[in-house]
Design a protein around this ligand. Structure first.
Ligand SMILES: [Ca+2]
Ligand SMILES: [Ca+2]
Length: 87
């Protein structure tokens, strides 16, 4: 393996890590955002742990458009909120 391809591999790994973790994730745990443990985070629940959250961001994170954020959609909501709080 040449040093160039090693560098490329390291860059790809870093990119994968950043994408998975989200460079600006707010870091609010799903368990905190879903206190009634029904597996979804309603807008009211999200607002309680993310007081500066905007409705548009909640709506954008709801990728299957069922009106609530499930565990699969939650990382997106958390990183959208991260853009606000980490700015
Ligand atoms: Ca809930
Ligand atoms: Ca949803």
């Amino acid at each position: 393996m040449t040093s160039l391809s090693r560098h490329g591999l390291a860059a790809a790994l870093l990119a994968a890590l950043v994408t998975a973790a989200g460079p600006a994730a707010a870091g609010v745990a799903f368990s905190r955002a879903d206190p009634n443990r029904d597996g979804v985070v309603t807008y009211e629940e999200a607002e309680r742990v993310m007081p500066r959250l905007k409705q548009i961001q909640y709506t954008k994170a709801d990728s299957n458009h069922d009106g609530v954020i499930d565990k699969g959609e939650y990382p997106m909501l958390d990183s959208y909120y991260g853009y606000i709080v980490n700015r």
